[in-house]
Design a protein around this ligand. Structure first.
Ligand SMILES: [Zn+2]
Length: 54
């Protein structure tokens, strides 16, 4: 018989994973300085992209 305690962890695990992925998905590591850049903040994106041309 399957215990409910065996099934429950899967559901919040997926939900939490989805949230984390969505949150982490906004960030990428700048290849120049290695800092995390928030793609939602265009100032950060352009700032780090300008560094590429230097
Ligand atoms: Zn950078």
């Amino acid at each position: 018989m399957t215990k409910l305690s065996d099934l429950v962890p899967l559901i919040p695990g997926q939900l939490h994973g989805g949230v984390l992925i969505r949150e982490e998905g906004h960030f990428y590591n700048c290849p120049n300085c290695g800092q995390k850049v928030d793609q939602r903040d265009l100032r950060q994106v352009f700032w780090h992209e300008e560094g590429t041309s230097l």
